[in-house]
Design a protein. Structure first.
Length: 341
């Protein structure tokens, strides 16, 4: 679930470092799969994850295990990217049908002429927070003024910190930023910086707390940053034009998958843990807490799972333009299609 906003207007062929990994049914399921929909050969869809499999992807494994993809006459393949920059570019280039990505990343890509579009909001609120050690005494965003902030060298994250500090009444002119890559936890644990941005409330914050590092976490959307969608499901203009019916079927299936996860959290986590990569082992206690955090943040209330609004997109676009994160005009209707019914 990590994003790096560095784009070029020319898409080159991407060497796929990992093969397609189709989700397989798990034995021992107590829920009967839905009946298969008639209609000939299933439509195949390849989905690029945003990061290695973790709690936020539980709805995908649930949808496969419970037969929801099969019921929509879909064959779904999941692919883990070798780099978190790749999924959106892969979707734009037609290397995958769908990719999980980030709302700000989609806006930036579209501003650079990359033909990508969001077809559904997955995590409806930001996970990225600014964290300080509780022992530091930096217990309000205003106290970040003049401090050294560790960040993954992402312009978006710098704009987030500056916006938060100014909104809280602090002076952002003396802020220092240190590139720590994605070593969020060791940078804060080792006191290499005064604060970090780019860490998530459902991952890095949980790891820090598990290791005895109590933190203050400042939510940017409470201090002037738009309450944007953290994760969205994206496609290319071309793929959406060719496979809209299949993508709409996919949205119906994952909505059922998310409902299953809400009602069967332990079983859903067992499915996830069975699918984990040996290269990126998961900690069950962390993923359990992560799922508890994520479920309400993925809930669209009285709207269907995946529902998104033009207002959310335009608010983010306007803020990104104000912060000079994009240079060209983008309209909400260019970057999103609300496909859920």
């Amino acid at each position: 679930m990590k994003q790096i906003h560095k784009w070029t207007k020319t898409l080159i062929a991407l060497a796929l470092a990992t093969g397609l990994a189709a989700c397989g049914n798990q034995s021992g399921s107590t829920t009967q799969p839905a009946p298969e929909t008639k209609g000939g050969e299933p439509t195949e869809l390849t989905i690029a994850l945003d990061w290695y499999p973790n709690a936020v992807h539980s709805f995908l494994y649930a949808a496969e295990d419970q037969g929801f993809f099969k019921a929509e006459n879909l064959k779904v393949n999941l692919q883990m990217p070798s780099d978190s920059n790749d999924p959106l570019k892969m979707a734009a280039a037609g290397k995958v049908d769908l990719a999980i990505s980030y709302q700000p990343q989609v806006v930036q890509a579209r501003s650079e002429g990359i033909p990508v579009v969001s077809v559904g909001a997955l995590v409806r609120h930001p996970l990225n927070v600014i964290m300080t050690r509780q022992e530091s005494g930096i217990d309000t965003p205003q106290k970040l003024a003049g401090k050294n902030i560790g960040y993954p060298s992402i312009p978006l994250d710098e704009s987030i910190v500056r916006t938060v500090v100014k909104h809280a009444g602090g002076d952002d002119s003396a802020l220092a930023f240190t590139d720590i890559g994605f070593d969020i936890v060791p940078a804060l644990t080792g006191k290499k910086v005064d604060a970090v941005v780019g860490g998530y409330i459902n991952h890095e914050q949980l790891i820090l707390e598990k290791n005895g590092v109590a933190v203050h976490a400042f939510k940017p959307f409470e201090f002037g940053v738009p309450d944007y969608y953290e994760l969205v499901l994206t496609s290319s203009d071309d793929t959406l034009g060719k496979k809209q019916a299949a993508i709409e079927a996919f949205m119906r299936a994952i909505a059922k998958g998310q409902e299953y996860v809400k009602n069967n959290k332990e079983k859903a986590l067992d499915l996830l843990l069975a699918k984990q990569s040996g290269e990126f082992p998961l900690e069950k206690d962390i993923e359990t807490k992560s799922l508890d955090i994520l479920i309400p943040l993925m809930d669209a209330a009285d709207k269907p799972f995946g529902y998104q609004t033009a207002e959310s997109w335009q608010t983010l676009i306007d803020w990104m333009k104000k912060e000079k994160l994009i240079s060209s005009d983008v309209k909400a209707e260019q970057v999103m299609r609300d496909l859920v019914k």
